[in-house]
Design a binder for this molecule. Sequence first.
Ligand SMILES: [Mn+2]
Length: 328
Amino acid sequence: MKNDPNMLEMDLAIQKIKEEDKIALICHINPDADALGSTAAMYLMLKECGKDVVWIQNDSVAGKYDFITRYVEKEGWVQVEEKDRIKGRLLVSIDCGDKERHGDFQTDLCPFVIDIDHHASGQPFGDINIIDPSASASGEIVFRLFAAWGRDLTKEIAFCLYSAISADTGNFKFSNVTKDTFLIASKLKEVGFDHTVVPKILFDEMDQKSAKLLGYILSNYHSEQDTLIWISVDHDFITKHQLSGPDFDGLVSYLLRIVPHKVAVLFREMEKDVANLSFRSEEDRFDVGELASRFHGGGHKRAAGAVIEGKLDQTISMVLSEIRDMIK
Ligand SMILES: [Mn+2]
C-alpha cells in the first residue's frame, strides 16, 4: 500500500481518540452508504475501545440502509436538539466535504473536531484534518486509520467498511478504484462476512414505489445534444405520489445508462420552490463536483448534489445553461 500522506494527522487523531472518553460522531445529511458505513465502523470500533460514543442524527436515513445502521444500538443515536448529550465531546466528522454538510448541527458545540473525508472540493474544518481525495471512499481512510492504530477488525466493522467502499465505487466499477481499494477490500474480506448482500441492497434491489418512479423518469426525460440528459419532478407530483427523498435514491444513475449521454441531472422539488439536484457524469472532464460547488453543493467529479431555492423552472434553466457551457 502507498505511503499515507496523512500519517502525521492519523497519529494525532489516534492520540486524541485514545485520550477522550466522550466522543460524538456525525456524517453528512442525506447520508449514503459510504457516510453510514464509515461512521458505523467508527462507532463500533470506539465501542470496542469502551468509549462513551453517540452518533448525531442530523437527517433521516433511508430504510434500505438498515443493513448498516442495525449495528448501532438505539441509545447510540442522539438528536441534533439534544445538545446536552453532545456538548463538549470530541467530534469525529466523516465524509463531510464541509461543515455545512452537518445540516442543522452546530459544529462549534464540540471543542475539538477530527475531520475525515475524501471530497476534493471540500473545505477542511477540523482541528485535525485527514483528507485524501485519492481515496475512493471515506471507508478506505477509516480502514487505514484503524490499521495505523493497530486495531483488529470485527466482522461487523469489516462489513460496514466494505459497504462504504462498495457504495462509493459503484461496487468497484468507477474510475476512483485503485489497487489500494482492492487491497483493502481483500483485507476486509479476510475478516469474513457475506459480501454478496452489499451490491444486492445498494445497487440491485428497489421497492415498488421507486420502480414506478423510475418508470416515470425513464419515460419523461429530456435529452440535449446526445450529451446531457435530465428530468425534473415537481412538488405537485411529489405530493400526489407521496414521495420522499429516499425514494429517489440512485435513480439518477439510470439516466446515464442511456447512451451516448455523458451528464445526467435529476431535479426534485421536495419542498415548494426548493430543488434538490443530483448530478452524474460519465467522464472526468465533465466535473459535476465543480459544477455543484457553483450552487453551494458538492461531491465528486462524477457524482454530486446541490440544493437550490427558487422557482423550479428558473432553477432548471439556470443550471442547464451552466451545463451547456460545460459540455460544448
Ligand atoms: Mn464518500
